[in-house]
Design a protein around this ligand. Structure first.
Ligand code: NAD
Length: 243
């Protein structure tokens, strides 16, 4: 359940003040940022594909030992993405970047929706589902080659999207830029993530600035200065309306 209307409004006004006073604001988003665009997150069971926990498929182990399942899963995600568009919340963040209200978006999402909405300073901590490579020799591949289940033209290896699978390390450049931004920030706004995935779940607490969480469900284990319970689209739109 969301915060009641009046409680949410009070918190929204608090966040507005923080946002206006801040000279460097970093946004950190997770799968909950995109659920209202129709892309399921990983932890809400309603979003599970074929009743399979995605956390067991988006893995190096599945890629190497159960490629048919891995391929079906990413094919489904790519096909879903073809008919998916950013929502008002994504557009609000892009507008805030243009108005210099926010500086960077660090995201765990691989869907590219922040980019489609027009944001420019995006650090994709878990890679992108829009580009492809060979798992073995890293040669570039195309979406069509992946969807057609082709093997790598260089080494016959397995093709895959450029996402970070569970069990892999994060892209160094994206991580460094996100960390730098968070260290500089006097405000970090975290949106739609369960913060269960390491090391990204450490990032919000590496700032000396204020920390705010916007999430559909609030967990008592997270220590944010301000926590707003509600959907990303609705909360971001409400903040924008009072700015
Ligand atoms: P998660 O599934 O673990 O958690 C999502 C969180 O968002 C939950 O706490 C949920 O309550 C909340 N949420 C759901 N809908 C919301 C909404 N409308 N507004 C606000 N909050 C909402 O996701 P995670 O923490 O990002 O970690 C999962 C991993 O899966 C990440 O590594 C990510 O790369 C990947 N993933 C990406 C996408 C995508 O690119 N869109 C989708 C699913 C998973």
């Amino acid at each position: 359940m969301d915060d009641s209307n009046s409680v949410q409004q009070e918190k929204i006004l608090d966040l507005k003040s923080l946002l206006k006073a801040s000279t460097h604001t970093t946004i950190l988003t997770g799968a909950g940022m995109s659920t209202e665009s129709g892309i399921p997150d990983f932890r809400s069971r309603s979003g599970w594909w074929k009743n399979i926990d995605p956390l067991t498929v988006a893995t190096v182990d599945a890629l190497e030992h159960n490629y048919a399942l891995f391929h079906d899963f990413y094919k489904m995600r790519l096909i879903t993405l073809e008919t998916t568009a950013p929502h008002e919340g994504h557009y609000t963040l892009s507008k805030w970047e243009e108005k210099n209200l926010i500086n960077d978006i660090a995201t765990q999402n691989v869907d590219g929706l922040h980019r489609t909405a027009g944001s420019n300073k995006i650090h994709e901590l878990h890679g992108s589902i829009e580009t492809f490579r060979c798992h073995t020799c890293h040669s570039r591949a195309t979406k069509a080659q992946f969807l057609d289940k082709k093997a790598c033209h260089q080494c016959n290896g397995k093709l895959r999207p450029n996402v970070v699978l569970f069990g892999e390390t994060l892209p160094q450049a994206a991580w460094n830029k996100a960390l730098l931004s968070i260290e500089k920030a006097d405000l970090v706004i975290v949106i739609g993530t369960s913060l269960q995935v390491y090391p990204v779940n450490q990032l919000p607490f590496m700032t000396k600035g204020h920390t705010v969480l916007i999430n559909k469900e609030l967990s008592s284990t997270h220590h944010f200065e301000l926590a707003i319970e509600g959907g990303a689209k609705q909360v971001l739109t409400r903040i924008d309306n009072v700015l």
